[in-house]
Design a protein around this ligand. Structure first.
Ligand SMILES: Nc1ncnc2c1ncn2[C@@H]1O[C@H](COP(=O)(O)OP(=O)(O)O)[C@@H](O)[C@H]1O
Ligand SMILES: [Mg+2]
Length: 245
């Protein structure tokens, strides 16, 4: 898609990220350029170690790049202070991780109301929003259950609800279905697509599962810390045998 300043959720330019490794360094991202439209769903695929999680962590303000710019909402977050980054994460992004990291001693509803770093969301509007999201995600009758009383798919749906609580501009999904069986994984990704498209929210979905790429608007491949600039449809990319898993 051709993107102007107003319909861009994320623009990464010349992003490089290295991690220290003894006396040496690991290059996790090597001059990455990536633009995500404001309502675009990107499937990010590539072999293990290619930099997918690092890319998501930088896009979500969990890590700062070694070099380059990361523009979200018109601002370069790569220059943010830790305090500004905390606020950015709280207000503008949602995260759904591979390992569903729900708080085990809180109910499904309480897991939506708890916010890392700043304490709980409070008040009737927050509770109403949590209940509405749980309803949409088919979990209305599970709102009072602890994570241990939920199936894998239900837990992942609670995690999706939590990521949507702050009405984010961009949601980052890092292998959201890898712990689920095929049918369940398919259901969860269908749900993700529905939730993103009905809100006009952008998403990056990291996956090893090629079937998932059918639910994306665009497929982006990573290899050795670089992204392909492939602008092709997911179907076209799927025919490429070099798509890694
Ligand atoms: N915290 C870290 N410290 C050192 N090296 C890391 C760290 N996180 C990731 N790496 C390295 O960076 C590269 C990219 O990792 P990652 O972004 O996790 O890739 P992926 O999610 O595609 O598997 C790998 O070589 C990995 O070993
Ligand atoms: Mg990863």
């Amino acid at each position: 898609m051709t993107a102007t300043a107003t319909d861009v959720a994320l623009r990464m330019e010349g992003v490089r990220k290295t991690y220290p490794a003894g006396d040496d360094e690991v290059v996790a991202l090597d001059h990455v350029d990536l633009t995500v439209g404001s309502d675009e769903i990107i499937a990010l695929v590539g072999p293990s170690g290619s930099g997918k999680t690092t890319l998501c962590s930088i896009a979500g303000g969990l890590l700062t790049p070694t070099e380059g710019t990361v523009v979200m909402g018109g601002e370069d977050i790569s220059r943010y202070t830790p305090k500004q980054l905390t606020q950015f994460r709280r207000d503008s992004v949602g995260f759904v991780f591979q390992t569903v990291n729900l708080v085990p001693f809180l109910t499904a509803r309480e897991n939506l109301l708890v916010v890392d770093e700043i304490g709980p969301r409070t008040g009737a509007p927050a509770r109403a929003r949590a209940d509405q999201l749980l309803e949409e995600l088919g979990l209305a009758d599970r709102a009072g259950n602890l994570p241990g009383q939920l199936s894998g798919g239900q837990k992942q749906r609670v995690a999706i609800g939590r990521a949507l609580m702050n009405e984010p501009d961009l949601v980052l999904f890092d292998e959201p279905t890898s712990a689920l069986d095929t049918a369940l994984g398919d259901q969860v990704v269908k749900l993700i697509r529905h939730e993103m498209k009905s809100r006009g929210t952008a998403a990056i979905i990291v996956t090893h599962d090629e079937r998932i790429t059918h639910y994306a608007d665009r497929l982006v491949r990573m290899l050795d810390g670089r992204v392909s600039d492939a602008d092709g449809s997911p179907e076209a990319a799927l025919e490429d045998p070099s798509v890694g898993s």
